[in-house]
Design a protein around this ligand. Structure first.
Ligand SMILES: [Cu+2]
Length: 139
């Protein structure tokens, strides 16, 4: 009986907390002269506690920022946000004209490299590395 209880306790502890899954990540194809691009993806939290995306890095560029798109007096603008909360049981979608990862100061052409390695840093889940394909914006 005690063994079963301990087993249940272990399972409960293992399930507690956020569980982040990143899907369909991609980087926008840009001309070689372009020094910026953006990455998009779906971030799902299958756990039972919220987590926050607090940083992003990629070796292909000088820096990466979390951006959101807002309407300001009828004009679409991007602005930097410090973090992105992923509530439990929810999916946050990063997409063109919405939230995205801005990749700034490209050192190489993403189209030539073909795949971009992006490190997502979460407050609780730590680092999650995604290898993203490069593809043009669909229109
Ligand atoms: Cu941006």
């Amino acid at each position: 009986m005690l063994r079963i209880l301990l087993g249940l306790l272990f399972v409960t502890l293992a399930l507690a907390g956020p569980r982040i899954v990143v899907e369909d990540a991609w980087v926008r194809s840009v001309p070689p002269v372009s020094k910026t691009t953006a990455a998009f993806m779906r971030i799902r939290n299958e756990g039972d506690e919220p987590d926050r995306l607090i940083g992003v890095t990629t070796s292909i560029a000088e820096r990466a920022e979390i951006h959101e798109t807002v309407m300001d007096k009828g004009v679409m603008r991007m602005r930097r946000v410090e973090s992105l909360t992923i509530p439990p049981g929810r999916t946050v979608v990063l997409k063109p004209m919405g939230k995205h990862i801005m990749i700034i100061g490209l050192k190489e052409s993403v189209d030539q490299v073909g795949k971009v390695r992006i490190v997502l840093i979460f407050e609780k889940s730590g680092r999650i590395v995604v290898e993203t394909p490069v593809r043009p914006l669909e229109r």
